[in-house]
Design a protein around this ligand. Sequence first.
Ligand SMILES: [Zn+2]
Length: 553
Amino acid sequence: MQFVKRVLVTSILLALSAAAGAADAPKFDPQRLSDEVKTLSSDAFEGRGPATPAETKVIDYVVGQFKAAGLSPGGDMKDGKREWTQAVPLYRAEIHGPVSASFAIGKDAVPLTQGHEIAIRAAMDGSKSVAIDKAPLVFCGYGVKAPERNWDDFKGVDLHGKIAIVLVNDPDFETGKGDFGGKAMTYYGRWTYKYEEAARQGAAGLLVVHETDPASYGWATVKNSNTNTMFDIVRKKPTESHAKLEGWIQRDATVDLFKRSGLDFDALKKQAQTRDFKPVVLKDATMSAKYDVDAQVITSHNIVARIDGSQRPDETVIYSAHWDHLGIGEPDAKGDRIYNGAVDNATGTAALIEMARAYAAGPKPERSVVFLNVTAEEKGLLGSEFYSANPLYPLATTVGVINTDALDPHGPAKDFSISGSAKLELLDALIDTAKQWKMSFTPDPKPEAGHFFRSDHFPFAKRGVPAISYGSGDDWEQGGKAAGQAEGERYVKDNYHQPSDEWHADWSFTGMARDLQVLYKVGDDLANSKRWPNWSQDSEFRAERDKTASARH
Ligand SMILES: [Zn+2]
């Protein structure tokens, strides 16, 4: 008893001294967070699939919370007034019927089976049927055009009517040293970038060569996520973002193809790791492909609340989190078909609601603060992509974006992280602020997996807006790294994207409540300053931000 008392007194004193610099951050209520996560992840919310009946329930609930907290609607403008949502039209495409695909090398015909040697995505360029007849094949190294790094894998090759074959990850992944962050993945390493670049190059198609290490996942993942239903935002000119044929090819099939046209895959890969690499046309080799595509437009919604800034309302700080999860799907071993998504991402949505409540209750910030609860993250960051492509508030005067996805509902940690690796002043500010809570920054231990490009802050980053996704730390105050990492691994194995990602009564939410204080302080400091944090000089997002520098004062 005595011992317990002393420990208590010591921890209160410690807490007081730690909170001294953080005294102006409001307290967050773990019970509220728990209640909100419980509601949003209950079976009644049907796993929160976008454009399903569950969407209305989510919108009603989140908007109800925003209203009760005293926020203003921040969504689409209708009759001179803002609504609580931003309509997000989504393009949904699916291959209908069989896929016929093959290579021809001289007289040899090599049939390609969908899901086995090749994984072709439903066309996203607006095509209802794809018929590619004997398109020449060109190996384009890593498919990278990076002027700020003086790197161009295309060297002026004309890809119209041709299929490009490119390697996954970026040119210095294998050597671990070079202009693309070494082992860490730059955006140039991500397959989404490679598809975008193929469209810019005017290619008829692009195949990414799958290799497990540089991809960071096996062929099963490639197959499962590319041969099912595809989603994109509705684009005015989809051909500017998508070539007709987009897909992946197995490494073995590529090695065989190269061999048949007299080329050595490994030797060419080595060349592709140098600046002098030039695209290689595969001699006498072509690809043909034929399949039909079912496409339709569905509409989902981002939920948006705001607080008008008192001094500079046209400057905006954004907090974001996705509300959607996987909906109702394949049953697990217990027959459960509802993918509740308690951690992913009822936690982030609850965090957003409570953050909004804290701002509404506090002094009005000088700049505006927007609370953006995006849809369709699980379909490829589409709600955030749509907002960034159709911003309700100008991106040039958006100060920064702080996103949360899958926060830890347990107790507090001694550290925190962000998704992926990036160098920007917003992260410096976060690291600095977290010190007031004696929290240290733990960098992403696996930057080569490209997590920076896989969360909702990224569509903003790509357009130059300083943006990060905050991640709960795993060096727990109770149990240290052993406990935190074990729980992280257990979650990924047993719950992640499974019907068992459900709310638990024994979750304390005290860690989240403390993390929210830190994130409040970072955002509040920005919202009451004239600072415009930027990317580091060598960041691939810096040039895009600097283009609009004159809009910021
Ligand atoms: Zn998520």
